[in-house]
Write a protein that binds this ligand. Structure first.
Ligand code: ITT
Length: 215
């Protein structure tokens, strides 16, 4: 099921996105396709330090922190994601956003990755996206927690190509593709990406639990 084809009126009408990453926000708006509105994070809300050992842990940390700070009245969606490279024993992993140091830009992280893989023919990698959705339930602070994940296998190219997307997209080529994710265009990326897969799994779960209702 895709958001665009669903033609459903949502029981869950909006989610607050527990993320400061504008690249992710653009993708969630596309992937939810108007089925569920994506509200940006209000400026006074503080995201927690990402101290979890796994993507799942960090997604839950972000969702719970924002749920608490907003009084548990609105549904909160958090995404923790990143790149695992086989030849680097799974690095940068949960450190993907800060691989080249705290506050590093996407370009600096990509440069750091290409340097780490310099001279290596083993280029296999995978993107992983873990989502945590907290939906308010009757009773103070009570939430239904839904966790899903998605991944995409591919390879790290020797040099960046393409202008779309964000993060490591210019050097990540999905298996079976000739283009990098930054050359794929928004619809192309969504069809193959870890975030697209996770979001489709989330929509299926919402549907199964009756949180998406037909018109
Ligand atoms: P928030 O925690 O505020 O959501 P963040 O960028 O810090 O933003 P993460 O901790 O989940 O988010 O780190 C994700 C990093 O992994 C991201 O900054 C990119 O470097 C990389 N990444 C994740 N998804 C990606 C994608 O679809 N394309 C390219 N790079 C991606």
């Amino acid at each position: 099921m895709t958001a665009a084809s669903a033609r459903r009126r949502s029981g869950l009408r909006e989610v607050l996105l527990a993320s400061g990453n504008t690249g992710k926000a653009r993708e969630f708006e596309r992937l939810l396709g108007g089925v569920i509105s994506v509200c940006p994070l209000p400026p006074q809300i503080v995201l927690p330090e990402e101290i979890g050992a796994t993507f799942t842990d960090n997604a839950r940390l972000k969702a719970e922190a924002v749920f608490q700070q907003t009084g548990g009245r609105v549904a909160v969606l958090a995404d923790d994601s990143g790149l695992e490279v086989e030849a680097l024993a799974g690095q940068p992993g949960v450190h993907s956003a800060r691989y080249a140091g705290e506050g590093a830009t996407d370009e600096e992280n990509v440069a750091q990755l290409l340097m780490a893989l310099h001279g290596t023919s083993q280029r296999q990698a995978r993107f992983i996206c873990c989502l945590c959705l907290l939906v308010p339930q009757p009773g103070p602070g009570v939430a239904l927690c839904i966790e899903v994940s998605g991944e995409t296998a591919g390879a790290i190219e020797a040099a960046p190509r393409g202008k779309d997307g964000f993060g490591y997209d210019p050097v990540f080529r999905p298996d079976g593709w000739e283009k990098t994710l930054a050359e794929a265009g928004p619809a192309g990326k969504d069809s193959v990406s870890h975030r697209g897969a996770a979001m489709r799994a989330l929509l299926e779960t919402l549907q199964e639990r009756g949180l998406l209702t037909h018109d």
